[in-house]
Structure formats: structure tokens, C-alpha cells
Design a protein around this ligand. Sequence first.
Ligand code: ARG
Length: 462
Amino acid sequence: KEVKLWGGRFEENVTDAVERFTESISFDKQLYKQDILGSRAHASMLAHQGLMSDSDRDSILQGLDEIGRQIEAGEFVWRTDREDVHMNIEAALTDLIGEPAKKLHTARSRNDQVLTDFRLWCRDAIDAILSRIKNLQVALLTLAEQNAGLIVPGYTHLQRAQPVLLQHLLLAYVEQLERDAGRLLDCRVRQNFCPLGACALAGTGLPIDRFMTSNALGFTAPMRNSIDAVSDRDFVLELLSANSIIAIHLSRIGEEWVLWASEEFGFLTPSDAVSTGSSIMPQKKNPDPMELVRGKSARVVGDLVSLLVLCKGLPHAYNRDLQEDKEPVFDSVKTIMGMLEVSAEFAQNITFNQERILKALPAGHLDATTLADYLVKKGIPFRTSHDIVGRSVAFCVAKNCQLQDLSLDELRSINPVFDKDVYEFLGVENAIHKFCSYGSTGAECVASQLDYWIAKLDINRD
Ligand code: ARG
């Protein structure tokens, strides 16, 4: 058996069970690119500071290039007995170039090394998630443009509430996603500081230049406090919180679309390309992708909770528990990217069923609140108008009709203030035209929202 890189004080090797239990190579090999980048920057800095010769640096850089090539070509052998990505690469480098490799870990610990890798990885992950958020926003915006003028029932408590433009609802999703992107951008700013050179926890007595490595790796600055640098995991807690909120947003859209695709609603039909069938019921066409978007939000939230619980109660500085931080982060990022991608594809593959929606609109007294506003315009205090309209609705319920079906005499029997101009306020089509407040579902307000997003998302058009 090979002697461990840290084997100096040990007389016995670890047992196989301990080796299997403590390894992280099975998942942290994902960090190989970042690990190589970090080592390159570190070696260059060490040479610049006179801590290694230029020729040692050059053979390290060449050796790291070769290892990177082997990994990408699938030729590299990852060894569990070399524990993690850092020691796999360092030991392979020693196999490859000999003595100079032994200088690479000068003024560095795996504690600052792993965090450098991890922060670089998360930075790329954030950028990848951001571009998928934008794709989904564009898909939703396109859907909104394709469905101009379509009115749908708006719901509260899942009961018919007031009419809204479908565009208005779709743009509500776009707004939520914009805040999601904002949260990621925020956490990217706080995250982009460099732990390298914090070493195990206390820094080093060797004359390193942390600003040089930080710069080379594209960080804003080195982290100010070496204990903080190797202890902090709030950069991933923030990322996983932001992911969880995205997941919850997507899950709500998923729930809405699944519901709307049901026979009972029938408001939308997904194309075959985004539907799946049943192994027993030949007629079935299910909206599985959005059900799974809803379902997978559970694991994204679970990943956050795992990480929160992991960090709770850990004394400063590094503890091996922290090795458990990788898998939830990898899982959360992979899952959220899939959820965003599939939601965008689903959006590109649904048709809203105008006919079914139009048929649904008259029921549910969606114009009742507009009628109350009509009475306010006649000088009636709102509480009183609420009551008058409430009694009008009760009248309709008893008669099994809609507000617009009531005759002027019937309305006047409820309250004499009603006049014949009331019919300009009744019926869904009329009611929706009355909305005019900023941010409302009125046609002009929605049109200006649409313009805003078209400009903001930079949609190319002829
Ligand atoms: N694989 C470890 C992790 O992910 C790397 C740091 C190990 N440091 C140590 N002193 N054992 O946290």
C-alpha cells in the first residue's frame, strides 16, 4: 500500500472501512478543473515570491496541464486510497514530474484549497443558473406575446376572483424569476473572495502574496480573516437558499400548469413532446415534467436543510464534517438547472385553449368587484357598495344567473342607485377594461409591462 501524503507520523494504514467511509474522491473529482486552476495560480505565486524556482514552477504547470488532459480524455485513474481530488492530483503530479511536485503544497492546506476550488465552482454554477433563468423568462415572455388579449379567471383560495389577462399572470412568473436572479447575483458578489493562503486556519509565516493568487483566479480580494476563510460555509448556504426559492417558484408554476392541464380545467394542452403516457391506461397523457419540477423542489429544499444542519454546532475552524457540504451543493445545482431547462421547454410546448377558457369565464361572478367600484364612482361608500353587490350576487345565486343577466328593475329593487350605465361594468370583457391602476391587469398596464420585459430581456425581433 502507498504511504499517505500525510503518513509521516503514522505506523499503520487506515482500515479499508475507514478508507471507504472517509473518501470524497467519488464526488469531489467534479472539482478537478478548479483544483488545477488553483494550483496553477498558487505555483506561479510561489515562484514569484522566491518560494520555488521558475523551472520547478514550469514543470508543475506542464504536469498539471498533462493531468488535466488525462482527466478530460478519461485516462486518469482516480484512487480511493488517495482520498480526495486534491491528493489525487498532487500525488499524480508527483508520479509524473517527481521532486518539483513536492513544493506545490507550500503555504497551503487542503482546508483553504478545497474552499478555493468550491468557490470557483459555485461561481460558474451561478452563471450557468442565471443563463437558464433568463431562458425561462424569455420562454414565458414569448408565451405571453402569443396569447395577447386572452382573459383568464384569476383565483384566490382557488376560487374564482377577478378576471386577469393571461399575459399578466405569465409576467408575474417573470418578475419572480427576476428576483431569483437578483438573489444569485447578490450572493455571487459576497462569495467572490479568495480563501487561498489561509492555509489550515492561521495563515502562514512564509512570504506568500495572497493578492496575487486572488487576482489570478478572478476573485475580488483575498478573504480578510484566515479563520473565517476556512470556516465559512454561508456562501453555499446562500446559494442553496436562492436555489430553494427558485425551486419553490417553479413548483408553484408546475402545480398551476398541472392543474390547468386537467380535464376539469382544460385551460392548456401540453404537446406530446413534453407529455408521457401510462403503462396500463392507454388514453393517458400526463404532464410529468411539471409534476417532477414540483417534486424535485423537495430535494432542493432538502439540500439546503442538510447544509444548515451540517453547519449547526461546528466549532471554528475546519472540521471534517464539512466534507459533507459538497453533495448537497452539487445536487441542488444540478437539480435546479434541470428544473429551469424543463420548465422552459414546457413553456415552449403548451397551447392555451381559448375556447375552454372563454366558456369558463362567465361563471363565478368575476365582475362583482368591478360592480362595487361602479357604485363607489356613484358616491356610495365602499363598505356599503360591497354589501349591495353581495346582495346582488346572492340574488343571482338564487336565480342561477350572472350579474349581467339581472334587469335594471331587479338591480334597482336591491338598490335604486343602479343606473343603465351599470351594464358597461358588467360581464368579464367589460370588467377587465376598467382596470387602470399601476401594475394592474388593465390592457394598457399589461402592455407596458410587456414592453419593459421585451427591452430588459433584449429580445431580437424584425
Ligand atoms: N475532502 C476534504 C473536504 O472536502 C478536504 C479538506 C480536508 N482537510 C483535512 N484536514 N482533512 O473538506
